[in-house]
Ligand binder design. Structure first.
Ligand SMILES: C[S@@+](CC[C@H](N)C(=O)[O-])C[C@H]1O[C@@H](n2cnc3c(N)ncnc32)[C@H](O)[C@@H]1O
Length: 328
């Protein structure tokens, strides 16, 4: 998609060539529609590491850079990463998590993304940091992770939103197969809180925001689909995972989105030069509307920590969660 192209529902959505919703070819086209808008555009309003998922705020007034660092580190600590372990990051974006994990936890890491623009930028950063021998990025669909071998730990942060209800079982099955027995998966994603409740008239109206063909689907995330926390855990368990911890981070996404919006507004002129006024306004509306959706409790975001038990039932988790939240 050319950054200056008129925005709208991409033509391929209704063409036969890319197939039905969530077929691999169509998923790849949907991802390019959103992420290949241009690295420079995202650089304007994301944090310095370009993390494109909910941050973790120790206080509401913490900077976005610090809150994203805290989120990356929380993910690594929840996974109990150890030197020499092999980490897979599913939907690695611009590579911030693999970079953090290799630098601070001594793991080797592979990130996968469907966005060519992200892969190019992430590989360049890895080269510049001299980490080529310890991590790399593949342009690969999650359904093909079997080609990468086995992993001790798996992270998936802000990616499951692209999977869709119908493919959720295939997603958890694919991750389970490449996780070594005793290993851990940290799945961090937006969940539909409203979708879990019986629908009132008001709720039905608000559901249209994410409905197929509605604003977000049409202009921002073609084929994005939010599932409930219950659906996610159900499919994870059906794949063979044992759900060990669940943490809801909803207020953190409101804070993240407000910072993204303020930063985009502060770079308004540059953003319009890069992507045009129409797309700028669409992105503003998406960020502001999403902040409101999290703030009002319509959407949530949850981290699910799940283990694949070893044959003796063991896993990489300690008895308590003391290590996560108490500083020595
Ligand atoms: C919102 S971004 C999150 C990026 C990163 N995890 C972060 O927190 O900054 C979603 C990522 O998922 C990737 N993705 C979406 N669908 C995918 C698929 N079918 N297979 C592999 N990656 C996919 C996108 O390319 C993108 O890198």
């Amino acid at each position: 998609v050319s950054p200056r192209a008129t925005i709208g529902r991409p033509e391929w959505v209704s063409t036969v060539g890319v197939g039905a919703r969530h077929r691999p070819v169509r998923d790849a086209a949907a991802i390019r529609h959103h992420y290949d808008v241009g690295n420079e555009f995202y650089q304007l309003w994301l944090d310095a590491r370009q993390v494109y998922s909910c941050a973790y705020f120790h206080h509401a007034d913490v900077s976005l850079d610090a809150a994203q660092w805290a989120k990356l580190d929380l993910v690594c600590r929840k996974l109990r990463l150890l030197p020499g372990e092999r980490l897979l990051d599913v939907g690695c974006g611009w590579g911030a998590l693999i970079h953090h994990a290799v630098e601070n936890y001594g793991v080797t890491a592979v990130g996968i993304t469907l966005s060519p623009a992200q892969a190019v930028a992430a590989r360049q950063r890895i080269r510049q940091a001299g980490m080529d021998d310890r991590c790399h990025v593949e342009l690969l669909d999650y359904r093909d992770v079997g080609a990468l071998g086995a992993f001790d730990k798996i992270a998936s942060v802000g990616m499951v939103e692209h999977v869709g209800s119908a493919q959720l079982q295939a997603y958890f099955d694919a991750l389970f197969r490449v996780l070594r027995p005793g290993g851990l998966l940290l799945n961090h994603g937006i969940v539909s809180l409203h979708g879990a409740r019986p629908a009132s008239a008001a709720a039905r109206l608000r559901r249209r925001m994410w409905r197929s063909g509605a604003f977000i689907d049409r202009y921002i995330f073609p084929d994005g689909e939010l599932v409930t926390l219950g659906e996610s855990t159900m499919h994870a368990e059906a794949a063979g995972f044992e759900v060990r911890d669940v943490e809801g981070l909803r207020p953190h996404y409101t804070l993240t989105l407000r910072q993204w919006l303020a930063r985009l507004d502060a770079r308004r002129d540059e953003a319009i030069k890069l992507v045009g006024a129409e797309r700028f306004r669409a992105w503003r509306l998406y960020l502001a509307g999403s902040a409101q959706a999290f703030d009002s409790g319509w959407l949530g975001v949850a981290q699910i920590l799940a283990s694949r038990s070893a044959t003796d039932g063991g896993s990489a988790l300690p008895l308590t969660r003391h290590d996560l939240y108490c500083q020595p």
